[in-house]
Ligand binder design. Structure first.
Ligand code: NAD
Length: 310
């Protein structure tokens, strides 16, 4: 018995759960409220989640559960220690979104550099560059060539982001606790965090959320950055102390920021970033092009198949 608690990864109906159906009896729920988790898992053998938390209490209550497949790279929704203790296998999907998320870094960054949407809106509103109120003055453009991108977390997505940055003519400073010397070149070098903060024009976050990375973008570290730095976050919201970023955007210390994630998701009305200047926020969608969702589901089926095969 397989229960899928977050079926919305297939929401638009453009993909299917067929792969899981070949492995067992499948029940799919679109989204699962916390109070329904235990009831819906029931006596299922395998549980598939994306955002639904699998806590110690759920693990204790669902005695037949043998497998939790997380339909995501980050697996912080599962109490892995409790699962291990109960002999439950947990799998995640580390590779599916590398192209989608690195491409998305540039969707946010290029919006900051070019304001394509705002300039297009002005044309549809009857304005053109010859008018007095040419939107250029309101939304100036910025080149990336020759600038430096600091990449915090030089894993799969960080490296893919670096390749795109280099194609734009940017230099890359990489920070990671695990260094791969072959990745260094004329346009890419590792450095410590303070060097990255001090020399980067754009900082893109790709470290996972751990105790030591939580709140790493804070007042003290922002003070070490270049005036007018741009910050992009497609990793996890709690990496940033949101009130500190809001203040830095207000003062202009940080020129602009683009984030696909926030500290508490879905975003709360009182999130300070909703009041911030030059801030773009999108609803955790970097992972979601059809191509990467298909990869996600294919790998999820493959993971369960391997588990069933022992
Ligand atoms: P990855 O594991 O390939 O890379 C992470 C890198 O961070 C590794 O190289 C690791 O050595 C490094 N690292 C870990 N802890 C560190 C620390 N304390 N200091 C310095 N470096 C450290 O992961 P990835 O596939 O590149 O994914 C990166 C992040 O992107 C993940 O946290 C994931 O949750 C997030 N993500 C977001 C979306 C989205 O839709 N926005 C989609 C997929 C992944």
């Amino acid at each position: 018995k397989i229960v899928i608690l977050d079926g919305y990864t297939e929401n638009p109906g453009d993909l299917s759960w067929e792969g899981f159906e070949n492995l067992g009896e499948v029940t799919v729920y679109d989204r699962t409220p916390v109070e329904k988790i235990v009831e819906r898992i029931g006596d299922a053998d395998a549980v598939i989640v994306n955002k639904t938390p699998i806590t110690k209490e759920t693990i204790a209550a669902c005695k037949n559960m043998k497998y939790v497949g997380v339909l995501a790279t980050g697996y912080n929704v599962v109490d892995v220690a409790a699962a291990k203790e109960a002999g439950i296998a947990v799998t995640n999907i580390p590779t599916y979104g590398t192209s989608a998320v690195s491409q998305y870094v540039f969707a946010l960054l290029l919006e900051i550099c070019h304001h394509v949407g705002a300039h297009s809106d002005s044309v549809f509103a009857g304005e053109w560059a010859s008018n007095q109120d040419w939107t250029y003055w309101k939304y100036p453009l910025m080149e990336l060539a020759g600038k430096t991108m600091g990449i915090m977390g030089f894993g799969r997505i960080g490296q893919a982001t670096a390749r795109i940055a280099q194609a734009f003519g940017m230099k890359v400073i990489a920070y990671d606790s695990y260094k791969i010397p072959e990745l260094e070149s004329d346009t890419c070098r590792y450095a410590d965090l303070d060097t990255l903060f001090g020399e980067s024009d754009v900082i893109s976050l790709h470290v996972p959320l751990f105790k030591e990375t939580e709140g790493i973008i804070n007042k003290a570290n922002i003070a070490k950055m270049k005036d007018g730095v741009i910050i992009i976050n497609t990793s996890r919201g709690p990496l940033i102390v949101e009130e500190d970023l809001r203040e830095a955007l207000e003062s202009g210390k940080v020129f602009a920021a683009g984030s696909d994630v926030v500290a508490t998701e879905p975003i709360k009305n009182d999130n300070p970033l909703l009041k911030a200047k030059n801030m773009i926020i999108t609803p955790h969608i970097a992972w979601a092009p059809k191509e990467s969702r298909k990869r996600l589901m294919d790998i999820a089926v493959d993971n369960l198949e391997k588990f069933v095969a022992g």
